[in-house]
Design a protein around this ligand. Sequence first.
Ligand SMILES: NC(=O)c1ccc[n+]([C@@H]2O[C@H](COP(=O)([O-])OP(=O)(O)OC[C@H]3O[C@@H](n4cnc5c(N)ncnc54)[C@H](OP(=O)(O)O)[C@@H]3O)[C@@H](O)[C@H]2O)c1
Length: 332
Amino acid sequence: MSRVAIVGATGAVGQTFRQVLEERQFPATEYVLLASERSAGKAVDWVGGQHTVKPLTADSFADVQFAFFSAGGSVSREYAPLAARTGALVIDNSSAFRMAPEVPLVVPEINADAARQHQGIIANPNCSTIIMTMPLWPLHRHNPVRRVVVSTYQAASGAGARALEELESQTRDVLAGQPAVPSVFHVPCAFNVFSHNTAIGEDGYNVEEKKMILETHKIVGDGSIAISPTCMRVPVARAHTESLAIEFSSAIEESAAREWLGAAPGVTVVDDRAQNRFPTPLDASDRDDVLVGRIRRDPSVPENRGLSLICSGDQLRKGAALNAVQIAELFI
Ligand SMILES: NC(=O)c1ccc[n+]([C@@H]2O[C@H](COP(=O)([O-])OP(=O)(O)OC[C@H]3O[C@@H](n4cnc5c(N)ncnc54)[C@H](OP(=O)(O)O)[C@@H]3O)[C@@H](O)[C@H]2O)c1
């Protein structure tokens, strides 16, 4: 039994942490809900009682065994090492430590063993990366992947609770004949599709795309996989969808791929050609599994070595809170 802290408990990921921990009956004796001064004192009804949100301070982690961080990179950089020094196992949702060599970057279905090497902090990967690697891994294990061309269709809530509110309020404004005024995003998000809101480097790739390349290499433990990502936002509330065109080392049969994906934990195949039913973000929302479908041969790759598919996963669950709780469960 343990004392558990959630840093960023009032945010989009923090709220999902509360749902997931309750659903999975995480064996906590006490929860400490932490946020900024803005939310301090707020009452939250949860796990059979009322909890009061406390302001995050250096003293927040006394006797805490697990500390889930989801309050952004700068908060993690300042407080996660402190929590770890106090004796907590930190599972961090920000990008602050993901590429640090001493910090494991873990998707439990893929590299649970890496978690054992932790020195107090374990990083939860980027949400688009988790959702891509969930179907990629069971295929890669059978037939090593040489190259992936991935395009994302990312939900507004991936940028936080305020971004979701912006999508909702802009949608209402546009339907009422008013202009969509951007505030969280750099362009209107309602009725629009746009390049991911992270900064673009001199090479033309944005930060999200770079994360998908580097983090996939670290999780899978294979830096030789060539990855060509294009990350986009779409006016969807929740769950990221991705299209993958995958080139394998040797010929691959659609039927075998379907079988491997069907047997993979955390993956559900939704691939009904007759009814034209495939993964959608609405179906993936509030679900733990990543949905995979449109599994088909890619005729542009020679020797029958190419396969295309789409996947859709709840980026607040498997892309964030659920994956982090699964990591913590490895230590119970
Ligand atoms: N959204 C996603 O789908 C997703 C997926 C994977 C990873 N992540 C990562 O998870 C983290 C949180 O994202 P989010 O989407 O949940 O953001 P969010 O909805 O904006 O929530 C941010 C949370 O952090 C708290 N916070 C902000 N500044 C703080 C400070 N100085 N001290 C203490 N608490 C502070 C906020 O508290 P107040 O209520 O007091 O403002 C709020 O609880 C980010 O690092 C993000 O990159 C997000």
